[in-house]
Design a protein around this ligand. Structure first.
Ligand code: C2E
Ligand code: MG
Ligand code: MG
Ligand code: MG
Length: 287
């Protein structure tokens, strides 16, 4: 009885692990097909200048419109794509879709700079800069309309190789941002040798900013450090006006978050842009 009772949780655990990995296999073959059937769609989330309120760009965030599962969020399939090399065609697809959209906005007379997320394996791919150059040419979009977001941990996978790829991308005139800043282990020494123009403060430091003095201190320090290195600072996860006002108070440059807009499909982003009225932020300080 006792042995059986003790064995039971192990069995359950094994079954759960098994189900999880077979589920992953299903997703993997579905994902390969999903990419070729163009089931992946991009949503766009605005980035605004905190001082003036002006729209300064949009982050492209991929969603998978799965025929049976409905919308699958990126956290569910990007890690699988990264483990299998499928991330390469996926990133190519996302870049192409984002540049098609950038061209559409440019032709409509409302140019929007688009930011695309790269993953760790993309940064180890020597062919990526050449592929992006081809996509820019094919879509007739200037490099100045493209930004790429990379995380600290992605760079740390192989800092020398990553730096080579990043230098080449920066040399093409593409803006580079460090995403989720504050959650990794980039040293200040490394940061100053990377060809980046922007830091995006991870939303874990931002969401409770208006009420948490420690978060406010951390964000203020990152803004000061980043400005001293000549970088523009973005706060992600800005969920309300009070947070935006505190960010204005610490001199943060750009805000992104549900409080400005959720990520939207292109058509709804156009409606948002048409209705949007930029207004300056009021500065607030937190004690
Ligand atoms: P990320 O690049 O840090 O993107 C920001 C995430 O925060 C997005 O989640 C966005 O919807 C969410 N977010 C934005 N504002 C707020 C807010 O005010 N509050 C809260 N709670 N969340 C907010 P999403 O779209 O689920 O994407 C998750 C992650 O998946 C992204 O984090 C990025 O690392 C990855 N990802 C998304 N699209 C791509 C892609 O095309 N390629 C790659 N490699 N990764 C992608
Ligand atoms: Mg990002
Ligand atoms: Mg981020
Ligand atoms: Mg994040």
């Amino acid at each position: 009885e006792t042995a059986k009772a003790q064995g039971h949780p192990v069995l359950v655990h094994e079954q759960a692990a098994d189900e999880k990995s077979s589920h992953k296999l299903v997703l993997l073959s579905d994902l390969r097909r999903g990419i070729s059937r163009r089931e992946l769609v991009l949503h766009y989330q605005p980035k605004i200048d905190i001082g003036s309120g002006a729209l300064v760009g949009a982050e492209a965030l991929v969603r998978w419109n799965h025929p049976e599962l409905g919308f699958v969020p990126p956290d569910r399939f990007i890690p699988i794509a990264e483990q299998t090399g499928l991330i390469h065609p996926l990133t190519h697809y996302v870049l192409d879709a984002a540049l098609v959209q950038a061209r559409t906005w440019q032709q409509a007379g409302t140019p929007v700079r688009v930011a695309v997320n790269l993953s760790a394996r993309n940064l180890l791919n020597d062919e990526l800069p050449g592929q992006i150059a081809e996509l820019l040419t094919a879509n007739g979009v200037s490099a100045a309309l493209l930004e790429l977001e990379v995380t600290e941990s992605a760079i740390m996978t192989d800092p020398q190789r990553a730096r080579r790829v990043l230098n080449e991308l920066a040399g093409m005139g593409i803006g580079l941002s460090i995403d989720d800043f504050g959650t990794g282990y980039t040293s200040i020494g490394q940061l100053r040798h990377l060809p980046v123009h922007e830091l995006k403060i991870d939303r874990s430091f931002v969401t409770a900013l208006a009420t948490d003095a420690t978060d406010a201190m951390i964000v203020r320090s990152i803004v000061e450090l980043g400005h001293n290195l000549g970088l523009s600072i973005v706060a992600e996860g800005v969920e309300d006006d009070a947070t935006r006002c505190v960010l204005a108070g610490v001199g943060c440059d750009i805000a992104q978050g549900f409080g400005i807009s959720r990520p939207l499909p292109a058509g709804r982003f156009d409606e948002w842009m048409a209705a949007y009225e930029a207004r300056p932020a009021v500065s607030l300080s937190v004690q």
